[in-house]
Design a protein around this ligand. Structure first.
Ligand SMILES: Nc1ncnc2c1ncn2[C@@H]1O[C@H](COP(=O)(O)OP(=O)(O)OP(=O)(O)O)[C@@H](O)[C@H]1O
Ligand SMILES: [Mg+2]
Length: 441
């Protein structure tokens, strides 16, 4: 796996590259964003590990560049504890994961292995999947709240048929987990599971990425290429961030669902599609149809079976079980202890990054604390105070709403602060002050 490390801090950059090379990876470094973009335009990398904050071109810009030009290249962000909300934002833009600095290699290497396992082999074929394990669903989708029981019931139902499924939920609520579970428990479990992250393709590339293309069908198409639908034949196609498929291409997807046929770009020959489709979105698709950005006929076709994943703050009663589950995976049977204070702190956080944020917090605390999980080691942003969004006191609710407004505006403005301030009709200086207050600066 070819890795590019981007960090403006020389010592960290050199020692990370050394560790990676020692670990058997083909790693090299760029000392800033400019050098990274230069190298990315000339060479192919499987993975970019980049610092989020750097003077000049920062990690977010590198991520956007990669996702636009070489969407198959994975990106992992390195970030300080204070910038976790920004790292969560980066994941929404397409980063595979983030690691908080300082980190231990015991944390980084398993992450790299997970990325390697999920990457297609150089020939374009997906690595053979390990045989599906038949764990009880309760051990895969953890929690005994009514909401999570309902989710499990729906996954069980979905796995017994081939209908199209729509999975909705905020970042980190388990959309990928659910899509995999439906496939792993279905009759298609030994066939391919192909994920398409629709947000990472530019408008003109997504059609060929999904449906494939024939030689000469557009400038640069010098050979026939299989699309994700070809790869997913007899298996499951997981369309993540489905609302990012441009309107013009949505009709072709609708046809796959309705008529079970598609054509490669540049070819009139219909191909039969024996593919089960699972789509996921973080947004309200119905609202998108009302705005005219998503076809309503496609929405109704996708929405045959629907699983709405609750944010963690709305099933906080599952926290102890989720903590046990994730610590079990992280520690792999090694002993650990958690102080009462730490448990209290976990219960009083609002978890904007949901279960993923919980798993990262536990992993960080365990690895840096030698098996002792303490409040200090978890390093949760101290601003997060209310356990249940909207159920806290007046002050907490106002704080949370303000934070949500700031985050949403930043998201809409793709991280551009002046634009976000304009959306909120605020002076840039006041907007910056508010960001700093919420630890989002
Ligand atoms: N109910 C659950 N039980 C066990 N683990 C869970 C549960 N929900 C989420 N997770 C874990 O949380 C992490 C994030 O889940 P996942 O990647 O599926 O989220 P997502 O909704 O796809 O996020 P994104 O929108 O950012 O892609 C994973 O490690 C997943 O295993
Ligand atoms: Mg996901």
């Amino acid at each position: 796996m070819r890795i590019l490390v981007v960090d403006d801090e020389e010592i960290k950059r050199i020692s990370l590259v050394d560790d990676l090379v020692e670990g058997g990876y083909d790693a090299s470094a760029a000392c800033d964003g400019e050098e990274a973009l230069r190298r990315l335009s000339r060479e192919r990398f499987d993975l970019v590990i980049t610092d989020l904050r750097m003077p000049g071109i920062d990690g977010m810009e590198i991520l956007k560049h990669v996702k636009l030009h070489t969407p198959d290249t994975e990106v992992v962000m390195m970030t300080a504890y204070g910038s976790i909300p920004l790292a969560v934002e980066a994941m929404k833009v397409g980063a595979s994961n983030f690691i908080t600095k300082p980190f231990h290699n015991e944390f980084l290497f398993p992450l790299l292995e997970r990325i390697r396992e999920h990457r297609p082999s150089p020939s374009g074929a997906v690595r053979p999947k390990k045989p599906a394990v038949t764990l009880p669903l309760e051990e895969v989708i953890v929690g005994h709240s009514t909401a999570i029981r309902d989710v499990r019931r729906m996954v069980d139902l979905c796995s017994r048929n081939d209908a199209t499924v729509l999975v909705t939920g905020e970042t980190g609520t388990g959309k990928d987990l659910i899509a995999h579970a439906i496939h792993d428990y279905s009759a298609r479990r030994t066939r391919p599971f192909i994920k398409v992250n629709c947000s990472t393709f530019s408008d003109h590339l997504i059609e060929s990425a999904l449906f494939g293309h024939t030689k000469g069908s557009f400038t640069g198409a010098d050979h026939q290429n299989n699309g994700k639908l070809d790869l997913a034949q007899h298996g499951t196609l997981f369309l993540d961030d489905v609302d990012d498929i441009p309107l013009v291409h949505q009709i072709k997807l609708l046809r796959v669902i309705e008529e079970k046929v598609y054509e490669r770009v540049g070819s009139p020959d219909p191909i039969e599609a024996d593919v089960r489709i699972i789509a996921a979105t973080k947004h309200n698709l119905l609202a998108e149809t009302e705005k005219g950005t998503f076809r309503s006929d496609l929405y109704y076709r996708l929405n045959v079976l629907r699983i709405d994943l609750p944010p963690l703050r709305n099933h906080i009663e599952d926290l102890p079980e989720l903590i046990r589950h994730h610590l079990g995976k992280i520690t792999q049977g090694q002993e650990y202890r958690m102080t009462d204070d730490a448990m209290q702190r976990l219960c009083h956080h609002s978890w904007p990054g949901n279960v993923r944020e919980l798993a990262h917090t536990l992993e960080r605390a365990y690895l840096t604390g030698n098996g002792m999980i303490t409040t200090e080691r978890m390093a949760i942003d101290p601003i997060e105070k209310s356990a249940k969004f909207g159920n806290g006191g007046f002050k907490e609710t106002v704080q949370q709403t303000e934070r949500d407004l700031l985050e949403n505006a930043l998201k809409q403005a793709h991280g551009n602060k002046s634009e976000a301030a304009r959306i909120l009709d605020m002076k840039l200086s006041s907007f910056r002050d508010k960001l700093a207050k919420h630890g989002l600066a």
